[in-house]
Design a protein around this ligand. Structure first.
Ligand code: ADP
Length: 378
C-alpha cells in the first residue's frame, strides 16, 4: 500500500507549480526547494525550502523530508543529484540520465550514437574556429552553449567569421563551452511528450510549436502533418528517452524540414511548455503523468479529449505586478482555460501564464485563442 508520499521538486517555477497541483489532486504532498521565498510553487506549500543545491546541509534536510525527488529543469548539476542519490533517496529522472541531457553536446552525441536523426554538429574549440566549423556545417550555423541555455539565450545565429567571433565572445562570457549546429531550414517545429515508468511507455499527441524570438508562443495539437510523420515523430521521441535510459516525463523538440525529414533539436527531462495543452486537452495531463511516473504508478491515458487543442503563452506585456489587470475581459470567452503562474513581478516577455482552448474546429479555436491572448494584460 502506498502512503501519503511527499514528492520533492527541485525548483519552484511554473512547471513545479503545475506538477504540484496534480500531486495534490491525487492526494500526495509536495516539498519545494527554490532560491527565493514565495516562488510560484513554493507559495503552495508549508514545505518550502529556501536556498540552493550547492548547500549540502539544506539539500540533506530537503532529501530527508521527501520520499522521492524530481526536478523542473535540467540545470542542476548531475553531481548534486548524485549527492541526493548517495543519501539513499531516488531522483527521477536519475542523475545519470540528467548527465547525458544537461550538456547539449553530450546529449547530441548520445542521440547520434543511438542512430537518432539530429542536425550535423561539431565542437567549438576557439575563437579562430570558423573555417573548420563552416567546412563541416556550411557558412551559416547556430552556435550554442553546451549548458544552461533556455528560451534561446545561449544561442547565436552565425553567417560569417565576424558574427562567429562576436557570438564566441558573447556566449563565452557567461558559458564556458560551446558547440555549433547546422542551420536547419525547417518547415515546422514539432514536439512530443513521452512518459515512462518501469512497466509502461506512452507518448502524447505530437504537436506543432511556433516560436517568437526563440520562445515557444503557440502550440497546436495535433501537429498538422501526415499520420505517417506523426507516428515517426512519436517513435523518435521514444527512442530518445530510451537512449538516455530515462524514466519520468520528457519533452522532445524536433524539426521537420521541407523534404519531411525529422531531426531532433533537443530533449528536456521534465514537463515541457509544449505539453501545457494536455491539462485540458488530454485525458491525463503531462503534469499528472509526471507525478504518476515519479511514483512508478499506472499511467493515465494520453488521448486528446476533443479533436484539437491550442495553447498560447501569456508573456509579460509590461513591467509591474504579476497579476492580470483585466480579469473581466480576460475571462470573456467561456471556452477559455486561463492559467496564471503567480509570479510576483511581470516583465516584458516573461512567461506569466498561458491559455488553452480545446475543440473540434481548429480554425475557430486558433482564432479565439489569438484574440484572447491579445486582450489579456499581465
Ligand atoms: P533553448 O534550449 O534555449 O530553447 P533551442 O536550442 O531549443 O534553445 O533553440 C531555440 C529555437 O531556436 C528553436 O526552437 C528553433 O526555432 C531555433 N533553432 C535552434 N537550433 C536550430 C538549428 N540548428 N537550426 C535552425 N533553428 C534552430
Amino acid at each position: 500500500m502506498i502512503n501519503k508520499k511527499k514528492i520533492g521538486i527541485l525548483g519552484g517555477g511554473q512547471l513545479a507549480r503545475m506538477s504540484a497541483f496534480q500531486a495534490y489532486k491525487l492526494g500526495f504532498d509536495i516539498a519545494i526547494l527554490e532560491k527565493e521565498k514565495n516562488s510560484p510553487a513554493g507559495q503552495l506549500t508549508h514545505n518550502e525550502f529556501v536556498g540552493w543545491v550547492n548547500d549540502d546541509k539544506l539539500l540533506k534536510q530537503f532529501a530527508e523530508e521527501c520520499d522521492i525527488i524530481t526536478l523542473e529543469n535540467e540545470f542542476i548539476d548531475a553531481d548534486r543529484l548524485k549527492f541526493i542519490e548517495s543519501l539513499g533517496k531516488k531522483v527521477i529522472p536519475s542523475s545519470n540520465t540528467i548527465r547525458l541531457i544537461q550538456d547539449k553536446f553530450t546529449q547530441k552525441k548520445t542521440l547520434l550514437k543511438n542512430n537518432i536523426p539530429v542536425p550535423n554538429f561539431i565542437e567549438v574549440k576557439s575563437i579562430n574556429d570558423y573555417e573548420r566549423i563552416s567546412a563541416k556545417l556550411g557558412k551559416r550555423f547556430i552556435v550554442k552553449s553546451r549548458k544552461m541555455g533556455y528560451d534561446g539565450y545561449g544561442n547565436a545565429d552565425v553567417k560569417n567569421v565576424i558574427e562567429f567571433k562576436e557570438a564566441y565572445k558573447k556566449l563565452t562570457n557567461r558559458h564556458s563551452n560551446l558547440y555549433a549546429e547546422e542551420f536547419v531550414k525547417f518547415s515546422k517545429e514539432l514536439a512530443v511528450m513521452v512518459v515512462r515508468t518501469k512497466k509502461e511507455i506512452k507518448t502524447y499527441p505530437v504537436v506543432e510549436t511556433i516560436q517568437k524570438n526563440h520562445i515557444c508562443h503557440t502550440v497546436i495539437a495535433p501537429a498538422q502533418i501526415s499520420k505517417r510523420k506523426l507516428k515517426e515523430a512519436e517513435e523518435i521521441g521514444i527512442e530518445c528517452v530510451k537512449a538516455v535510459k530515462g524514466f519520468g516525463l520528457f519533452g522532445i523538440e524536433m524539426f521537420i524540414d521541407a523534404k519531411g525529414k525529422i531531426l531532433v533539436n533537443e530533449m528536456a527531462p521534465r514537463p515541457h511548455n509544449s505539453g501545457h495543452y494536455t491539462i485540458e486537452g488530454c485525458v491525463t495531463s503531462q503534469f499528472e503523468n509526471h507525478v504518476r511516473a515519479v511514483l512508478n504508478l499506472p499511467l493515465g491515458s494520453t488521448d486528446l479529449v476533443k479533436q484539437y487543442a491550442v495553447m498560447i503563452n501569456l508573456l509579460g506585456k509590461r513591467n509591474g505586478e504579476g497579476t492580470v489587470q483585466n480579469y473581466k475581459e480576460s475571462l470573456g470567452e467561456p471556452n477559455l482555460h486561463l492559467h496564471i503562474y503567480g509570479k510576483a513581478k511581470s516583465r516584458i516577455g516573461r512567461k506569466m501564464g498561458h491559455i488553452t482552448i480545446v475543440g473540434d474546429n481548429l480554425n475557430v479555436i486558433l482564432r479565439k485563442a489569438k484574440q484572447m491572448e491579445k486582450k489579456i494584460i499581465i
